[in-house]
Design a protein around this ligand. Structure first.
Ligand code: ADP
Ligand code: MG
Length: 701
């Protein structure tokens, strides 16, 4: 049986053995048996303990060797030293899946790490689906399987949750019990030695009992698997993740701006974006979204209608809506006519529909019945402030009734607290998200709408980039054979040309005479740049002079640049100067770079260039490969996008030229894993074309 089949055995086992079961209440080995019984586990439950006869009324098996063959699942709670022997004995019984609750593995250091590696080897060899070690266990409500030592058991529901942190599992469980939220599967992944988030995503995609997937991760170790599975499942079910351990950006020895700015957190965000995973910024958002997605249909458009019994809060909510990617739906004339028939003359018939402070439940009901039918309305936010005449419970019932008749999502903002609380409770229990603030509700609707759009967008295609890999390979091999880890501008330009990237006309001049001759050939004005394999940040040594418009300026610049470089970097070998075609006036400077992320591969960065990039950090990221939509998206994401579009009568830059460079760079990054970082800084672009005016390529040692 394959690993996939064996994962199924974890959730729906027919026979479960608890290795290290105990008759002493309070011990984990006791709690697991008790939890299984309390969940109403219908299969065969076998406590294993050499010293006991009966545990919680169940006959005990003394020895693993005496267990039946083809065991579906074993839960291991024995001390760490006994885990490996237990595992070996279980393999003889042909166990299909194992949960190792015991801690003391890689999380404690070298020795534990080695032990864990051994477990991984055994599980891999025998295709055993192993959860843990160092975990809380798992729950499958529909299977009445509670193979955990969690305190509390959730109601059946459609949310699946997996988590790297056991403590967080406990907290989520407690929240769910308080809010009456139901779960399908609940998995504490612990050290993720075998079963990790990618396995979970793959399994949950086809789990008929799961409609929303929540995950808490600290790190992903198999980036490619994660991306593959996540991209598949989000086409069918929403995946909402919270990621902690946000590390400070940048590697220690970054040699480029990209390297300094692009950290692992950007890579995670880019991975989530690429795969349509929704990233929850914090726990509150995770809970809100879990509730919204599991109870409400997706809004099929941006139009939100607010129905309120008070003006001020209605306007606040409308403001929040306008700030989001949603908009205030424009009600149709026929809707307004219908509302006129029964609303008091001083009510506002336009969105927000203001029913006035004396609105009884019936007024809410009738209004909702009308607005849900308006095709411009894609979602509804009902607002209620506890005025003296507000019918809190009756209004809740009216909302619940209308919600049953529509496929549009309805959210409720019961403002206040004391008097509105019972209504809020009733609504939540009936599966209608209800909060005392409008903003988180609007944020949830917005996220659902974004997800709706993701589901509508066909999977991206990746354009084929014309390139001469062999030519680029020669340059890279040449640099490596010389032991260089950096390819400086002149050689790197050859790589660019092999990929049809636009480079300025450039020549290497070893003397001032050669420089003048080259400049005359290229045409004035030109740029002179120091050419030295040791000097990669040329401006830092005064090694760049732009806008040289005649022979004399070129000659002076040559002497000046080489002399200064010699003085500032006496150890550097100075080949001479590059003479380069000057980009036309009025170009904008942008930066395009990539850095190879350990988990997710090439992470591309785009931003407005120049020396301020590290301070302004107006940059955006995407993971390779980049499709046309990615390229368009990364450009639009930066705040200075408007500058590129042109201000005060300026022409917009040639966006397609930038997109082409981005797409090609992503291809270059995928073609050559030995390139650690590359950076085009600046790319100079105007309304006609883009040119890579500087390039630096960093190789792995
Ligand atoms: P470095 O980054 O090593 O200091 P660059 O080659 O990027 O050196 O040059 C420094 C600056 O000079 C660039 O940011 C750009 O403003 C300008 N520059 C460089 N090459 C050109 C060019 N071909 N045309 C116009 N300006 C250029
Ligand atoms: Mg530069």
């Amino acid at each position: 049986m394959s690993l996939k089949d064996n994962i199924h055995a974890l959730f729906a086992p027919k026979t479960v053995a608890v290795i290290g079961a105990s008759s002493a209440p309070g011990k984990v080995g006791h709690t697991v048996v008790a939890n299984m019984q309390e969940a109403g586990y219908p299969g065969t439950l076998i406590p294993v303990n050499p010293k006991a006869d009966v545990i919680l009324g169940l006959p005990v098996t003394k020895n693993i060797d005496d267990l039946p063959e083809g065991l579906d699942m074993a839960v291991i709670v024995v001390p760490v030293a006994a885990v490996l022997p237990a595992m070996e004995a279980l393999i003889k019984r042909k166990v299909r899946s194992v949960i190792i609750i015991t801690a003391g593995f890689k999380e404690v250091g070298k020795e534990g790490y080695v032990l864990e590696q051994r477990l991984i080897e055994l599980c891999t060899e025998h295709e055993i689906a192993m959860v843990g070690p160092n975990c809380l266990g798992l729950i499958s409500t529909q299977d009445h399987n509670n193979a955990s030592f969690a305190a509390g058991y959730p109601a059946e529901g459609s949310i699946a949750f997996f988590s790297q942190s056991g403590a967080l599992c406990t907290a989520i469980l407690d929240w769910a019990l308080g809010e009456n939220i139901g779960f399908s599967k609940f998995v504490s992944l612990g050290n993720k030695a075998v079963i990790n988030e990618a396995n979970m995503l793959e399994y949950l995609r086809t789990d008929p009992n799961t409609s929303v997937i929540l995950g808490y991760i600290e790190n992903v170790e198999h980036g490619a698997d994660f991306i593959e599975q996540a991209a598949k499942v989000t086409r069918e079910k929403p995946v909402i993740m919270i990621k902690s351990g946000t590390t400070a950006a940048g590697a220690k020895a970054a040699s480029s701006h990209t390297g300094a700015i692009a950290g692992s957190d950007q890579a995670y965000s880019a991975a989530f974006r690429k795969t349509g995973v929704i990233r929850a910024a914090d726990m509150a958002t995770l809970f809100d979204l879990a509730q919204a997605f599991s109870t409400q249909p997706l809004p099929e458009g941006p139009g939100l209608c607010i129905v309120t019994n008070s003006g001020g809060p209605g306007i606040l909510a409308a403001d929040a809506t306008e700030k989001s990617s949603l908009n205030m739906a424009r009600l149709s004339n026929s809707t307004i006519d219908r509302l006129k028939e029964f609303l008091p003359p001083y009510a506002s018939l336009y969105n927000p529909v203001d029913l006035i402070g004396d609105a009884p439940a019936e007024r809410y009901r009738k209004t909702l019945e009308v607005v849900v039918e308006d095709p411009q309305v894609h979602s509804i936010l009902v607002l209620l402030t506890p005025t003296a005449s507000a019918e809190i419970m009756e209004t809740a019932e009216a909302i619940i009734d209308v919600a049953k008749t529509t496929k549009k999502p309805i959210f409720v903002n019961y403002m206040g607290g004391m008097r509105t609380r019972p209504g809020q409770k009733r609504l939540t229990e009936a599966g209608i998200p209800c909060s005392i603030y409008p903003e988180p509700l609007i944020a949830s609707i917005e996220t659902m709408y974004t997800y709706y759009l993701w589901r509508q967008t066909p999977a991206q295609e990746y354009p084929v980039v014309k390139r001469n890999r062999q030519k680029a390979r020669l340059v890279i091999n040449d640099a490596r054979s010389k032991g260089a880890t950096e390819i400086v501008e002149f050689q790197a330009q050859e790589v660019l040309r092999a990929y049809n990237l636009p480079t300025p006309n450039t020549a290497l001049a070893r003397s001032s005479d050669e420089a003048v001759a080259a400049a005359e050939k290229i045409g004035f004005p030109v740029v002179l740049k120091i050419a030295s394999p040791q000097i990669s940040h040329k401006s830092d040594v005064g090694g760049v002079k732009v806008n040289l418009s005649d022979a004399e300026a070129v000659r002076n610049a040559f002497f000046d640049i080489t002399a200064r470089a010699q003085r500032m970097r006496p150890e550097a070998y100075i080949a001479g100067c590059l003479v380069q075609e000057m980009a036309p006036k009025g170009c904008k400077e942008i930066i395009i770079g990539f850095k190879r992320d350990d988990q997710f591969g090439p992470l591309l960065m785009f931003g407005l260039g120049g020396i301020y990039v590290e301070i302004l950090k107006d940059i955006a990221f995407r993971l390779a490969p980049l499709g046309r939509d990615d390229a368009k998206g990364i450009i639009r994401e930066i705040k200075s996008y408007m500058l590129l579009k042109g201000v005060r009568g300026e022409q917009p830059v040639n966006f397609q030229a930038i997109e082409d460079i981005l797409i090609t760079m992503s291809e270059l990054a995928l073609d050559f894993p030995e390139i650690l970082e590359a950076e085009f800084n600046p790319v100079l672009v105007n309304s006609e074309k883009a040119v890579v005016a500087d390039v630096r390529i960093t190789l792995s040692a």
